[in-house]
Design a protein around this ligand. Structure first.
Ligand code: IPE
Ligand code: IPE
Ligand code: MG
Length: 258
């Protein structure tokens, strides 16, 4: 009897996922979804594990959600992986996080190439350890010509840093006569940001219960829809992702109009 109930529940969960997925597929798919992947440390602590165990587990979620985004035909999935403020963490944790791109390369590159995914990075590359940067470069080279999902890692990314860099670049362009001061508009700014050429995020998701943006895409998020969940990133499943998108599909985006 118990076995029957268990398989019945498992079956009905699969059915739920199927119907959620088909509902989501029939609605407008966001072009760009950005995720503040939070809660790895707390996930680990709750289990009596070191914080890095949460980061390791979180990598599995990255794989699952990247697959789901690809299946839905989302154009860009940006994952906030390391902020310009995360250097304040203990050395061992930072070292561990800086090794994850290599690990991800080793385990995921083949599938990403097969799926026609293009891997990109936004953030300040100059401060990354050489081994981290070389993994990123290998991803970029191996996937440069792919035309499917853009899997965009925000690594050593800070929105204020990004805006300051853009301001410096614009000042240089004005000084050299390339741009007229009065011609500085949103398009000029967009061109000078790390996200140049990408659409603004339609939907920003943050896991693990914090209701803040932590220096993420402050300019680009001007009209994004926001979705927060208490679920920690390692526990975040494709169903939660579809749920976020279904909610997004019911929002009325007005962009200041009526
Ligand atoms: C998100 O999880 C991953 C990174 C910021 C690198 P956290 O490590 O912030 O986990 P919590 O918020 O401390 O639980
Ligand atoms: C934001 O999470 C950065 C990333 C997800 C990479 P944090 O855990 O660093 O943010 P705060 O410190 O809680 O605001
Ligand atoms: Mg956190």
């Amino acid at each position: 009897m118990i076995r029957f109930l268990k398989s019945w529940f498992a079956g009905s969960e699969a059915l739920d996922e199927e119907s959620l997925l088909s509902r989501v597929r029939s609605g407008p798919i966001p072009r760009h979804v950005a995720i503040i992947m939070d809660g790895n440390g707390r996930w680990a602590k709750k289990r009596g594990l070191p914080r890095v165990a949460g980061h390791r587990e979180g990598m599995k979620t990255v794989r699952e959600i990247a697959r789901a985004a690809d299946e839905l035909g989302i154009e860009v999935l940006t994952l906030y992986s390391f902020s310009t403020e995360n250097w304040k963490r203990p050395r061992e944790e930072v070292d561990y996080l800086m090794k994850l791109p290599e690990e991800f390369l080793r385990t995921e590159l083949d599938e990403l190439v097969r799926r026609n995914v293009q891997v990109r990075m936004i953030g300040d590359e100059t401060q990354l350890p050489a081994h981290t940067l070389s993994a990123i470069r290998r991803f970029q080279e191996a996937t440069r010509d792919n035309s499917g999902l853009i899997l965009n890692f925000a690594l050593n990314y800070g929105s204020r840093d990004e805006i300051l860099r853009a301001v410096r670049q614009i000042v240089e362009e004005v000084q050299s006569g390339k741009v007229d001061k009065d011609a500085i508009d949103e398009a000029v700014m967009n061109r000078c940001l790390y996200t140049a050429g990408l659409p603004d995020p339609d939907l920003v998701i943050r896991t693990s219960g914090e209701i803040r943006v932590s220096n993420f895409m402050l300019w680009q998020m001007a009209y994004s829809e926001l979705w927060f969940t208490d679920i920690s990133w390692p526990d975040f499943r494709r169903n939660h992702f579809f749920q976020a998108i279904e909610d997004y599909q019911h929002r009325s985006r007005r962009f200041g109009a009526v």
